[in-house]
Design a protein around this ligand. Structure first.
Ligand code: NAD
Ligand code: TYD
Length: 339
């Protein structure tokens, strides 16, 4: 089977590439990535020379280049991870989120229609459901929860989901959609909560916690997400949406304190800063459908996953130090300078 994985030079996409290369020694993987600030070829170093792997620097919104690629490669399956993914950046500059996340998704599906495909899989997010109140721990997002977005990021992801469902209904395109909770693990860009806090703590820099730190996220180790996507692509019902999550809710403050404890750093590094505009309070996934229909369950408990993740960032300092030494400095100053 030939997989086309978009956004494979980013966090989850690269982990998915590694997952496929290891699990299916007979399969080929074509990785498409335009290498934005979030894409990093160093991440893919270990597979770059593998004859079963090919890297193509292409923008998913570039129709001509995407069509030429499909014509040449004729993939069996497309898994679309490529996206602008950071909520804070979507508050600063929504335009690029619409271009990549909505128009890019449309271009990929048009190419699938034109050249034929066994399955198009859209990697979506639980953020399309909006948020849940902090004082109702009995409430969870199911696949039936209505779309109710808060940020330009989540709105663009929800728009893409609607487009994917429309292409299924109108054109009969074989599709599936997964909506996962927050991921953590190796190769996550250090602008997101967990790697940012690890990097700052290791440099004895302040840890900027938004608002009161009481917002809740539902954390899933990245390999569990990859296994779920693989299952959905191979066994999931055509046209269906699957939520992915492992009932791992933590307040941001709990996460930050876990990191400080593991690195033996003082809690005085925590700095409460101005809240994110429109900040979603709580995400919590009900994963009953994917468990019932496909037998998926997460295998990495939060404590073990955090241990592995922190170890990885300790062992791969050059990977993230390269990133935070470049353009990232300008972003950091702009985002946190006056907060
Ligand atoms: P990431 O920001 O680490 O990686 C995104 C990748 O997409 C980068 O390599 C980037 O270069 C590439 N890209 C961006 N625009 C592109 C374009 N126009 N053409 C081609 N490539 C482009 O993101 P991530 O955290 O790995 O997220 C991957 C996917 O999973 C996204 O669709 C995101 O919405 C979804 N998701 C993420 C999480 C999470 O917690 N990180 C949770 C649920 C869903
Ligand atoms: P993030 O990793 O950006 O993921 P998302 O907003 O998509 O869930 O943020 C996770 C949580 O951490 C979110 O509630 C915002 C909070 N946060 C901080 O408190 N400080 C930070 O510097 C960052 C990046 C996030």
């Amino acid at each position: 089977m030939k997989w086309l994985v978009t956004g494979g030079a980013g966090f989850i996409g690269s982990n998915f590439v590694f997952y496929l290369m290891e699990k299916y020694p007979g399969d080929q993987v074509v990785c498409v990535d335009s290498l934005t600030y979030a894409g990093n070829l160093e991440t893919l170093e270990s597979v770059m020379e593998n004859p079963r792997f090919a890297f193509e620097k292409v923008d998913i919104a570039d129709r001509k280049a995407i069509y030429a690629l499909f014509e040449r490669e004729k993939p069996d399956v497309v898994v679309n991870f490529a996206a602008e993914t950071h909520v804070d950046r979507s508050v600063m500059d929504p335009g690029v989120f619409l271009r990549t996340n909505v128009l890019g998704t449309g271009v990929l599906m048009d190419a699938c229609r034109q050249y034929g495909i066994k399955r198009y899989h859209q990697v979506s997010t639980d953020e399309v459901y909006g948020d849940l109140p902090l004082d109702r721990p009995d409430l969870f997002f199911t696949e039936e929860t209505s779309i109710h977005t808060s940020s330009p990021y989540s709105a663009s992801k929800a728009s893409a989901d609607l487009l994917v469902q429309a292409y299924h209904r109108t054109f009969g395109l074989p599709v599936s959609i997964s909506r996962c909770s927050n991921n953590y693990g190796p190769y996550q860009f250090p602008e997101k909560l967990i790697p940012l806090m690890i990097a700052n703590a290791l440099s004895d820099k302040p840890l900027p916690v938004y608002g009161t730190g009481e917002n809740v996220r539902d954390w899933l180790y990245v390999t569990d997400h990859c296994a779920a996507i693989d299952l959905i692509v191979r066994k999931g019902e055509d046209g269906s949406v699957y939520n992915i999550g492992g009932h791992n809710e933590r307040t941001n403050l709990e996460v930050v304190k876990t990191i400080l404890r593991a690195l033996d750093k003082p809690e005085s590094l925590i700095h409460f800063v101005t809240d994110r505009p429109g900040h979603d309070r709580r995400y919590a996934i009900d994963p009953a459908k994917i468990h019932r229909e496909l037998g998926w369950l997460p295998t990495t408990a939060f404590d073990r996953g955090m241990e592995k993740t922190i170890r990885w960032y300790l062992d791969h300092r050059t990977w993230w130090e390269h990133i935070i030494s470049g353009d990232y400095q300008n972003y950091y100053e702009k985002m946190y300078g006056n907060r």
